[in-house]
Design a binder for this molecule. Sequence first.
Ligand code: ATP
Length: 475
Amino acid sequence: MSKLHPCFVGICYNISNMQEKKIQLEDIVSFAKRRGFVYPGSDIYGGEAGLYDFGPNGVELLNNIKKAWWKANVYERDDFVGIDSAMFKHPRVWEASGHVGGFSDPLAECRNCHHRIRVDKELNILGVEADEKLNEEQINKLFDEHRDEIKCPVCGHKDFTAAKGFNLLVKSNLGDFTGEGKRPVYLPGEACQGIYLNFKNVVDTMPVKIPFGIAQIGKAFRNEISPRNFLFRTRELEQADTQYFVAPHKNKEAFEHIKQRRWDWYVNDLGIKQENLKWHQHENLVFYASDAWDIEYNYPSLGFDEVEGVHDRTDYDLTQHMKFSGVDLRYHDPVTNEKYIPWILETSMGMGRCFLAVLADAYTVETLPSGETRTVLKLKPELAPVKYAVSPLLKNKPELVEKAREVFMALKKKHGNVMWDDNGNIGKRYRRQDEIGTPYCVVIDFDTLEDDTVTIRDRDTTEQVREKITTLLAR
Ligand code: ATP
């Protein structure tokens, strides 16, 4: 590292004097579209509720989050393996899991405009503890007590039908050629069922011994009544799940470890600020669960809400699949010779909600000492969609462009997503890269042609250093 090129002096700011602005969800939504992170699904047709597409910068960030998750939950563990199961499954799977009979949200319809609301979520907005696990009688009792306070978000009337359970499974006709829907199959209501279905396969084919875990990232589909709040509630989603199989009653200590590990992942691996995270313990447990916690993130405009569930599920899942499939799913302990149905400790994270938390946490609007503002995405460098941006100082000087292309291609070969950026002046290029979180901008100037050094500008400090190209490529 050495002196700065004179061209760049004056573009470095005193970061400690900057002020940050409070961010709203709509800022993130418009930013995400404008900078190629997330587009509304089927945008050219006017969009489709609850569906989103990840753009070029978004898919890189998403993949980096997935890599960080896989690293922490598979590669850095000696008691975990990963799988990737088929999305479609035998229809009986969803009967065994309870989804055909009981995977429903409480829905009420506005008598005036026929808009439908999810009653538990409307009650939550009023500060009333309610969720989809309440039965119809319980939810309607709470609904009746608060009807005066719940307005239809479309027409403003307060005249709703009673709440009724609405099944969230999405049906399909894969492999059904009758045209009569006689054998409906379902898109996955949750990704984790693929893990339970493969428990026996993994035990039979891999060197695993209880306690051990299986990890998977998979898609899920839910007929959400009111998809809203951007990636927070969508109809197509992705879940990153771990299921840890333990001997009966050996759940408590392992559960505490798992909770701690998941918390640490958000803070250390994703760099999310601790003050934006909190634990929430479930008050209403499903009948088989022994404990359930959510990790909540403080989403802009929404406040704290669930990004991941950590559940102590006892032996319910494998017992159900054993009953419905008729296959013995008991584990044979090679040491004690006992046979038992393992208990399961689950972590289930919504990838879209995690992506939104990472984006919102990193999104910063700073007022510079000059009074100007800059938007900067303060992502951990490992998560940044673009690792380096490379520019020739002047794009009409072929010798600079040629040298810059050489550095660009060498960096690209090493780091993958490196961006060529020669549009506008250097200040504009830096701002553009700050906005998408590029940790370093590399500029090739006339000195480069003499001494093979380049300027490297740091996103967070805005400081610039000179470095030999060989040193840069060895980073
Ligand atoms: P909620 O109460 O918010 O509907 P849930 O408790 O039904 O969520 P789970 O079934 O435990 O959620 O799913 C695990 C994770 O999947 C959640 O923590 C969340 O991050 C994510 N998730 C669930 N439903 C959605 C959705 N409609 N859109 C986006 N992510 C979702």
